[in-house]
Design a protein around this ligand. Structure first.
Ligand SMILES: [Zn+2]
Length: 371
């Protein structure tokens, strides 16, 4: 029954999004970790074949299901990932469209070859885990790249370049040879510890961003020759191009080490980055979990959270799982783990803590772009 209902739902969906399906479709195996097989059902599906997978059996009766359409010559693959409830399975394609599930679901994958054609891996099994399980939150034109530790690079659909917590030269997890864009518009700093600001002045001088930080930290940076440093404070928002940056609370400390002295760096913070027409992202900085993360949810409704999980200096996977629930996010990208031996938390532990929650944990490699 489950197989049949996925097939029927997928068929309705294909109709709803207007897929122009060729008559011949090659089939491929489904996700072997969950439910393997190819589903072909009834006259509606005579024109296409697709692989299906079912994952994340939720306690609420919601199941994340998806399917891929694969043409015989591998010229085109479309992947859909949906949150189906039993109720949704009974809806017509048009109803599904109206429920705007589709807005979040579509994603085309593959890379263009030099001839401009899309290239796809030979088999489903050869695909990376990320290719098989595309990001559930639709980034709507934005690209996010984790660069090891707490370094995150965001490029919005309109081309605004944002870098958070530059720890590059001495960051053992920074992807070797990774080049930052020549122009960076915004450099956001969560607090004054060296594993977050070590390369801030260098990046500011080389890439010319406006630097946003807590007022005391911004003041210190100015004293180090960073001209465009804007000091904000908790609760404030600031619009730059197509993004609104909001400075939010974090539970940590923030002394700045400078010439053998520790200088007061204000309060540590996190940031909500709301992209116009794009996703709302939250970078927690270094923090413990705290109940007021629910205020961040109420005020900004973030969709994707970059959460520290390494433990010791910040929350570990257990705390991060509670944080993800408080924040109401759909997707978590774990950060601040594995950089040093003491940061022992792992994404797998976080996944375990979040199993059944419907919250997805993405595990990109440093430097791997999420689109
Ligand atoms: Zn840190």
């Amino acid at each position: 029954m489950r197989v049949a209902s996925v097939a029927i739902a997928a068929s309705k969906l294909a109709t709803a999004v207007g897929i122009d399906a060729p008559r011949e479709w090659k089939t491929a195996a489904g996700d072997d970790s969950v439910e393997k097989g190819t589903y072909r059902q009834g006259t509606e599906l005579d024109q296409m074949a697709f692989t299906g997978w079912v994952s994340g059996f939720g306690q609420m009766g919601n199941t994340r299901r998806g399917f891929s359409l694969v043409r015989k010559d591998w010229e085109e693959v479309r992947t859909f990932r949906l949150l189906f409830s039993h109720e949704n399975q009974r809806r017509s394609g048009e109803e599904l469209r109206q429920a705007s599930l589709l807005n979040q679901a579509e994603m085309t994958r593959g890379t263009r070859t030099s001839q401009g054609r899309r290239h796809y891996p030979e088999t489903w099994e050869n695909m990376s885990a990320y290719q098989r399980n595309p990001v559930m939150t639709n980034l709507r034109g934005s690209t996010i790249t984790w660069l090891g530790h707490a370094v995150v690079h965001i490029t919005t659909g309109k081309g605004t370049e944002i870098l958070i917590d530059p720890f590059i030269e001495h960051n053992p997890k920074y992807p070797k040879g990774h080049k930052l864009p020549g122009r960076i518009d915004l450099l956001l700093l969560t607090h004054g510890h060296s594993d977050h600001i070590a390369d801030a002045a260098a990046v500011a001088k080389q890439h010319g961003p406006e630097v946003v930080a807590m007022v005391e930290l911004a003041g210190w940076l100015k004293s180090k020759g960073v001209e465009k440093a804007s000091g904000m404070n908790l609760g404030g928002s600031y619009k730059v191009k197509d993004v609104i940056v909001s400075m939010v609370e974090a539970r940590h400390s923030t002394g700045i080490e400078d010439g053998g002295k520790t200088i007061y760096g204000g309060e540590p913070v996190g940031y909500v980055v709301s992209v116009d027409g794009g996703p709302v992202l939250y970078h927690a900085g270094d923090t413990a979990v705290f109940l007021d993360m629910q205020l961040i949810r109420d005020l900004y409704t973030p969709e994707i959270a970059f959460l520290p999980i390494g433990d010791y200096y910040t929350m570990g996977p257990k705390g991060a799982a509670v944080a993800a629930r408080y924040l109401g996010v759909k997707t978590v990208v774990p950060i601040h783990f594995g950089t040093f031996p003491v940061l022992t938390g792992t994404p797998e532990e976080l996944e375990k803590e979040l199993s059944g929650s419907g919250i997805e944990v993405l595990k990109p490699k440093p430097g791997e772009a999420l689109r």
